[in-house]
Design a protein around this ligand. Structure first.
Ligand code: XMP
Length: 407
């Protein structure tokens, strides 16, 4: 049964994948007729499926734009351009270099929502400039159901949400927005991607947020923080991928605040049986997003380190951490994260947080209980490669109370 964009349960998948593809190709054809359209491609599965459906609907009247905003992974623009434009996808892709524009737009901002809003404005203005110069009146994008749900629930300003929060794209940017995937969750989009023979490197690829690394450089963005994060991202993706998390990433903080959480230290000693002299507990300088009572929260990030007598960080024991997390819920309800020290070097520098989660719908998520050796290996590589980083932590907070991303 079909109700607008919504499909009822049937067969193996919980919707009829082939019928969905056909109906969306038809809907896009109807909406666009002989008009041209832009698809904003990021290399993620949502925008790739949207591009392919649109290409099937309108052929060469489609232009895929990949905006190189400087917040992508190392080498991403060329990598994605090559996959999208080759067999079997053969999409007409254009990469536009807008690095300076995005860096300037975000310069000096440190509040998570302000950064997201500045990113969104620049993103749509960039597309608006292109569509105006090409006289294109339609923008197709890969918005999915979770993006809309989370924005509507007040969890965050998703980079690709406009009409749902009262922004009229025609009036503001000069184009109508078409969203073929907006009734699906991520796992359903992957089913569509598989059915459309999108290569596994894209169909099964972990999500990467539209604002990219801008929301993983926690707080103020500087060129140095961003460059260190790009290197750490490369390392963590390579190290964690074999363990198959739903999503895995690195974020960078300016460092630890000087505040010492004495009470937490004492209580963590009681929970773990360690001596309180072996425990350090504090805050990161920046706040990070999380969820509190179903809404977005912006709270402190607690760091904890357990050390042996020679100051080496002790192995992470997940059972102890779940006790500490429930303790934090009662005693530090405004904290959105707990980060556990994996390794550090005796020098001043940034702090990197590693995150690996398991989830189906990304609305809630569990922390992946990765082996200590895997975490240590990734941390050691980061400390050796990133000369301005002095500590590496593992984020042990599920969603909620954290979110997947840091801002
Ligand atoms: P959060 O941080 O809300 O993330 O728990 C849930 C999922 O959404 C992704 N995400 C985004 N994707 N634009 C996107 O395209 C965004 O602004 C955005 N913010 C978060 C996040 O990576 C995770 O998969």
């Amino acid at each position: 049964m079909q109700d607008g964009n919504h499909f009822a349960l049937s067969g193996m998948a919980d919707f009829d994948v082939d019928a969905f593809i056909e109906s969306q190709i038809h809907a896009v054809k109807e909406a666009l007729g002989d008009e041209k359209a832009i698809v904003a491609c990021s290399g993620g599965v949502d925008s790739t499926v949207s591009a392919l459906i649109t290409h099937r609907a309108i052929g060469d009247n489609l232009i895929c734009i990949f905006i190189d905003d400087n917040f992508m992974r190392l080498g991403e623009a060329e990598n994605i351009r090559s996959i999208l434009s080759s067999e079997p996808l053969n999409l007409p892709v254009r990469v536009v270099n807008e690095r300076q524009r995005f860096m300037q737009a975000l310069e000096g901002l440190s509040d998570a929502e302000e950064k997201r809003k500045a990113f969104r404005k620049t993103f749509y203005e960039t597309l608006s400039d292109i569509s105006k110069s090409e006289e294109i009146k339609f923008l197709v994008q890969g918005t999915i159901k979770a993006d809309i749900d989370e924005t509507a629930a007040g969890i965050k300003t998703q980079h690709n949400i406009l009409e749902q929060i009262g922004i009229d794209p025609v009036e503001r940017f000069g184009y109508t927005v078409i969203e073929p995937m907006k009734s699906l969750y991520k796992y359903q989009v992957r089913e569509v991607a598989r059915a459309m023979s999108i290569p596994p490197e894209l169909a099964e690829r972990q999500p990467f947020p539209g604002p990219g690394l801008s929301i993983r450089v926690v707080g103020e963005i500087t060129a140095e923080k961003l460059e260190e994060l790009k290197k750490a991202t490369f390392i963590v993706e390579e190290s964690f991928e074999p363990h198959n998390p739903s999503q895995f990433l690195a974020a960078i903080f300016s460092g630890l605040s000087s505040k010492d959480l004495k009470v937490l230290k004492r209580d963590a000693a009681e929970i773990t049986g360690l001596d309180s002299t072996q425990i350090r507990a504090g805050f990161m300088n920046e706040k990070a997003t999380g969820m509190f009572e179903g809404k977005r929260a912006y709270g402190s990030v607690i760091t904890i380190a357990f050390r042996d007598p020679s100051e080496r960080p002790l192995e992470l024991k997940y059972e102890d951490l779940s006790k500490i997390l429930s303790y934090l819920k009662d005693n530090y309800p405004e904290a959105t994260r707990l980060l556990y020290l994996i390794d550090d070097k005796d020098r001043d520098g940034y702090a990197i947080a590693l995150r690996a989660i398991k989830t189906r719908d990304f609305l809630t998520a569990k922390v992946m209980e990765l082996q200590w050796a895997t975490l240590q290996e990734a941390a050691a590589k980061i400390l050796n490669t990133c000369a301005s980083v002095s500590s590496v932590y593992y984020d042990v907070t599920p969603k909620p109370p954290a979110t997947v991303e840091y801002e």
